[in-house]
Each structure stands twice: as structure tokens, then as C-alpha cells.
Design a protein around this ligand. Structure first.
Ligand code: HEC
Ligand code: HEC
Ligand code: HEC
Ligand code: HEC
Length: 428
């Protein structure tokens, strides 16, 4: 079973119409609040405990009570952070009051229904044991197993939409930078599912490499939508700076790193458009559709060059790239990724870096997470042994070490780490 076309997906829980009942209605000890995983159930049943104890989403509202958050809110003239919709929209399940049932508590943070959808119409049949997953979906359960739906869900907070968005102004007030890669973040959340034969039988087999791929194209699409949105693409006389590479402006003056790149002709001393996901998408298309990859190279270069000309040029170029990639999400959702695809994609990620494309931190960060998703797929598909996977992961750890601190990122060290990884995979 493969994920359905992107256009058939339901609205994300934040904007769908269903009423949210609150975390307490999922947390019963005979529901998802078991202390230990059940052995006789298809799902773990201790999802609540994992969420409560290990998942940062359960603490997202509490974050708003900290001095750090209050400082951000003060800098923006917002009053209390925990009362500001601007913050609550992502740090809690901030649906309108009329969509909150009696037991709902905003202080639960990013609760179950912020991701799984308002439960009002599916909870009854779901606990009766009569319904199956398909019936639950029909009653409003959000299809988080579908990587496109999941990418849209996660990115709606981890990048933003027309309804909620962390601007450079909010970052300037002290909000951390947003980084996201769908496959890696799915596991580090941490996941409260065990992906095994039973899971695959119920929900379909979707390899890490495909989750990665869809995460990249949805991220590019979200970036282009924001660039095309007149409410989000400017701040006074300035363009919205989150569309640019943070480290083009923010790094110590002593750390000189500018170098020319094939993918644009933006000279030294000029901010560059943030293109880490676009680079990843290009690597992906070089394998899946080389002709389209060439078009995307031309269109993304045009987007970079347009930033030298002005807003109208950027909007035209963003639309050009969006039109060129129209339908690509659905195509990748129905593509069956083969072992040869995974191998070629890993090689493509390395080649791109060795040709000097990862001068900027965010690209190195994305490339590292991409390589990790690919090694994972190789191990899951038995393309490599467990021992080989451990060996290659240890080599990849060098890349992780180089990207550990964004501000002291050194592209030359990253290049050396990539070269080591390339020699290590030569024998595959
Ligand atoms: C309603 C908004 C929202 C949605 C939807 C959402 N997140 Fe988050 N996520 C947050 C917030 C807010 C934080 C920061 C929590 C904190 O520390 O206060 C966060 C933190 C995280 C972190 C920890 C990041 C770090 O640097 O430690 C991971 C991993 C993560 N989210 C993964 C995901 C994934 C995967 C999805 C989609 C399945 C997702 N999130 C959906 C709001 C959201
Ligand atoms: C578009 C969604 C969004 C909005 C709006 C938003 N945040 Fe966040 N916030 C996030 C996500 C996602 C993270 C986790 C980032 C990461 O680590 O990758 C986060 C992280 C944080 C952190 C760091 C938490 C930690 O554990 O280190 C603080 C503090 C914070 N946000 C405060 C605020 C405040 C205050 C506001 C309102 C002015 C706000 N946020 C608005 C999504 C949002
Ligand atoms: C930040 C988003 C997010 C939050 C919050 C969240 N989940 Fe999930 N949940 C996911 C994702 C992603 C998956 C994996 C994909 C899938 O199977 O749907 C998942 C899967 C599940 C599954 C299915 C496991 C299976 O094997 O089929 C259950 C059950 C579940 N979550 C329950 C909960 C409960 C209960 C809560 C609240 C205590 C919760 N989730 C909170 C994102 C979230
Ligand atoms: C075009 C250049 C440019 C880009 C690109 C840019 N910024 Fe900024 N940033 C600035 C300027 C200018 C300031 C204001 C500096 C000051 O007040 O001292 C600033 C301020 C900040 C501050 C507050 C610093 C302070 O000392 O108070 C943070 C945090 C920040 N930016 C984060 C980011 C992040 C994260 C990104 C990428 C998503 C980003 N910036 C992209 C130019 C940029």
C-alpha cells in the first residue's frame, strides 16, 4: 500500500473542524496510558507515558512559562507568553474555544489530538474495538502514517503555515532557529510506535529514504508558499529573513568561509536564499527524473539570482520553481524506492558535498540527516549487514560532530568527514 495523492489529504488537526477532547481522554490505563507496553496488542498502549516522560511536545506549553520565553514575549511586546496566541498556536493544541470539550486543557501542550486529530467523532468507535484504522480515518483520525500528511503536519509547526509562522523578528527576539528533517525527527521525537511486520501489514511499508524524500519536497513547497504569501514575505522594507541562510549573516567575523558554488552566482558579502532543502530535492530528482532535475537547477539558480533584483523578481522565480515541481509530491509518494535508488541517492548526497555545495551550515546539517536515513534504509532492507551498518554509522558520526555547533561550523572539516564516508561506502 502506498500513500495517497497529496491533494486527497485531510486538513491538519489545527484547522480541521472536529472538537478536541483533551489528552486525559486518551491516557486511561486501559487505553494509551499503560505503564509498560502490552504484549498482546498491535500498538504499544504506553504512548501516553512515552509522550509525557520523553517527548518534548508534552512540555511545549511549560516552555512558555520559562524566563527565556518571557524574554521573547517582552521583546515582542506580547505580555505573558503563555497567554499569547502567537506562542500557543505551536506550543499547545490551540484550537478555538468552541472546538474544546470539557476535559480539554491548554496546559497539556502539543497533545495527542494536535497530531492525531480531534477525537470527538472517532473516539467512541475506536474504544469499542469494532472499528479498524480505515473507519477511524473516515471519522477524522489524521493519517500520520502517511509521510506526506506527516510532513505537512510537522512542518506546520516546525516551519509554519499562513496561520502560524516563526518570522525572523520572532527569532531576533530570541526564538531558536528551526531545523527539520522528517525521518530523523520522527525517530528523535521519540516515536511511540514500533515499526515491525505487524505495523507494515496494517499501515504499509514506507522506507526511511521515502520518508526523507517526501519531507524534502514538502519542505521546499512550504518555503515557496511562504515566499509567495504577501502576509509573510516581507517585513517593512526588508524581505522576510528566514528565507535566507541564517549563517550568511550570523557567524563570527574571524571565521571566513565564503566560497563560490555551482548552484548560484551570488557573490561574497550578499545574503543567500536558504536552499538546503532545494539541494536535497535536486539530488533526489537527479535519480528519479534527471530531466526535471536539470529544470530545477535552472529554476533554483534563477531564484537565487532574483534575490539580487527585488521582490517581484523573487516572487516570479518562486512561482517558476513551484510550477516546475507541480505534482512531484504525488509522484514521489507513489514511487517504489529500490535498493539501487537508495545507493544512488547516498552517492548523490556525497557528490554534491564534495563539489562544494555544503559551504553553508544548514546544507551540511540536511546532508548528514539524509545520509542517516539512507543508511537506515539499507539496514532495514538487508542491503547491508548489521555490522556494516554500525561501521558506517560510526563514520557518519564524524559528520554529526562537525555540525554539532552551528556557529563554529567549518566547511573544510565537513568535506574531510564526507571524504571518509565516501571511501567507506566505496565497497558497497
Ligand atoms: C502543534 C505544533 C507542533 C506539531 C504539529 C509538531 N511539533 Fe514537534 N515541536 C513543537 C514544539 C513547540 C517543540 C519544542 C518543544 C519545547 O521544547 O518546548 C517541538 C519539538 C520537537 C522535537 C525536538 C526538537 C529538538 O531540537 O530537541 C522533535 C524531534 C519534534 N518536535 C518532532 C516532530 C515531528 C516528527 C512532528 C510531526 C509528526 C512534530 N514534531 C509535530 C511543535 C510541534
Ligand atoms: C510556528 C510555530 C511556532 C511558534 C509560532 C512559536 N514557536 Fe517556539 N518553538 C517551535 C518549535 C518547532 C520549537 C523547537 C525548535 C527545535 O528545537 O527544533 C520551538 C522552540 C521554542 C523554544 C526553545 C525550547 C527549548 O526546549 O529549548 C522556546 C523558548 C520557544 N520556542 C518559545 C516561543 C515563544 C515565547 C513563542 C511566541 C512568541 C513561540 N515559541 C512561538 C515552534 C513555534
Ligand atoms: C507530534 C505529533 C504526535 C503527538 C503529539 C502524538 N503522536 Fe501518536 N503518532 C505520531 C506519529 C508520527 C505516529 C507514527 C505514524 C503512525 O503510525 O500514525 C504516531 C503513532 C501513534 C499510534 C499508532 C501506533 C501503531 O502502531 O499504529 C498511536 C496509538 C499513537 N500515536 C497514540 C498517541 C497518543 C495516545 C498520544 C498522546 C499521549 C500521541 N500519540 C501523541 C505523532 C504524534
Ligand atoms: C540578511 C541577514 C540576516 C539573515 C539571513 C538572518 N539574520 Fe538574524 N539578524 C540579522 C540582523 C541585522 C539582526 C539584528 C542584530 C542586532 O540587533 O544586533 C539579527 C538578529 C538575530 C537574532 C538576535 C540577535 C541578538 O543579538 O539579539 C537572532 C537570534 C537571529 N537573528 C537569528 C537568525 C536566524 C535563526 C536566521 C535564519 C533563519 C537569521 N537570523 C537570518 C540579520 C540576519
Amino acid at each position: 500500500m502506498l500513500p495517497s495523492a497529496a491533494q486527497d489529504l485531510p486538513a491538519i488537526p489545527f484547522v480541521a473542524e472536529d472538537t478536541h477532547l483533551g489528552v486525559a481522554s486518551c491516557a486511561g490505563s486501559s487505553c494509551h496510558g499503560a505503564l509498560e507496553p502490552w504484549t498482546n496488542s498491535t500498538v504499544l498502549q504506553n504512548e501516553y507515558i512515552i509522550w509525557e516522560e520523553q517527548d518534548p511536545h508534552s512540555g511545549a506549553y511549560k516552555t512558555l512559562l520559562t524566563d527565556e520565553s518571557q524574554r521573547i514575549a517582552n521583546n515582542l511586546g506580547l505580555g505573558r507568553a503563555e497567554e499569547a496566541d502567537l506562542c500557543l498556536d505551536c506550543h499547545a493544541d490551540n484550537v478555538p474555544v468552541e472546538r474544546r470539550a470539557k476535559g480539554f486543557q491548554i496546559s497539556d501542550g502539543v497533545g495527542c489530538e494536535a497530531c492525531h486529530g480531534g477525537a470527538v467523532n472517532w473516539l467512541g468507535q475506536h474504544i469499542s474495538g469494532d472499528a479498524n484504522h480505515k473507519a477511524n480515518l473516515a471519522a477524522g483520525l489524521y493519517p500520520s502514517e502517511n509521510p506526506v500528511a506527516r510532513a505537512k503536519l510537522c512542518l506546520s509547526c516546525h516551519f509554519g503555515t499562513e496561520d502560524r509562522f516563526v518570522t525572523h523578528r520572532i527569532m531576533g527576539a530570541g526564538h531558536p532557529r528551526m531545523a527539520f528533517e522528517l525521518d530523523t525527527y520522527t525517530w528523535t521525537q521519540p516515536a511511540h510506535v514500533v515499526v515491525d511486520d505487524d505495523y507494515w501489514a496494517r499501515k504499509g511499508t514506507i522506507p526511511s529514504v521515502q520518508v526523507w524524500a517526501l519531507g524534502q519536497v514538502v519542505a521546499v513547497d512550504s518555503l515557496l508558499d511562504a515566499m509567495l504569501d504577501p502576509n509573510r514575505n516581507t517585513d517593512g522594507i526588508f524581505p522576510e529573513l528566514v528565507f535566507f541562510d541564517c549563517y550568511a549573516c550570523h557567524h563570527p567575523l574571524s571565521n571566513i568561509r565564503w566560497a563560490p558554488r555551482d548552484s548560484h552566482e551570488i557573490g561574497p558579502g550578499i545574503p543567500r536564499i536558504y536552499d538546503a532543502n532545494i539541494i536535497m530535492m535536486r539530488v533526489l530528482l537527479q535519480r528519479i527524473d534527471p530531466a526535471l532535475a536539470d529544470i530545477v537547477s535552472i529554476k533554483s539558480k534563477a531564484l537565487h539570482q532574483a534575490s539580487l533584483q527585488g521582490y517581484d523578481a523573487v516572487i516570479d522565480a518562486a512561482r517558476g520553481l513551484k510550477d516546475a515541481t507541480e505534482g512531484i509530491i504525488s509522484r514521489l509518494a507513489s514511487h517504489s524506492f529500490t535498493a539501487a535508488d537508495t545507493k544512488a541517492l547516498l552517492a548523490g548526497i556525497l557528490t554534491e558535498g564534495l563539489s562544494g555545495e555544503y559551504v553553508d551550515y544548514a546544507a551540511a546539517e540536511q546532508a548528514t540527516m539524509a545520509a542517516s536515513a539512507m543508511l537506515q534504509t539499507m539496514a532495514d532492507d538487508d542491503m547491508i549487514s548489521r555490522a556494516k551498518y554500525m561501521e558506517l554509522s560510526a563514520v557518519l558520526d564524524d559528520c554529526y560532530t562537525v555540525i554539532e555547533k552551528d556557529e563554529s561550523y567549518n566547511p573544510r572539516q565537513f568535506l574531510a568527514a564526507l571524504q571518509k564516508l565516501q571511501s567507506a561506502i566505496q565497497s558497497l
